[in-house]
Design a binder for this molecule. Sequence first.
Ligand code: HEC
Length: 117
Amino acid sequence: MFKLRVMKAFSIILVIFTLGYVPLTLGDVVTEGKSLTFDRKKGNCLACHAIEDGELAGNNGPPLIAMKARFPDREVLFNQIWDPTANNPNSYMPPFGKHGVITREEINKIIEYLYTL
Ligand code: HEC
């Protein structure tokens, strides 16, 4: 009897979780990536890079365009954002990942967005 009640409670909880779970679509990930890219307290990529739709962009870094064609290897792009100094010790692009400004997961969202440019 007790076991049955526990199982019933468990299945109700399971149903609630299943109903509450809305899977993230690629579109959502791209939208999140874009806001992380533009957020002045997160990526702040606009401080140095011209990006489509971005206002008041700096031009210390190259414009972020044709990203998929120029960075077919996702890992190269990831590493540039994680720690640009690994590839170019003189880079003054901040090592966002290494310094913990943005997480691995956030960089992956940013990359999904960059690949739409
Ligand atoms: C303080 C300025 C600065 C900021 C902020 C910045 N970058 Fe950069 N970025 C640079 C510079 C300068 C370069 C040129 C190459 C180098 O020095 O590594 C560069 C290069 C790049 C490249 C290689 C581009 C190419 O055409 O070779 C990518 C990709 C890139 N940055 C992405 C980003 C992203 C994404 C962000 C935000 C998370 C960002 N950058 C924020 C300065 C910056």
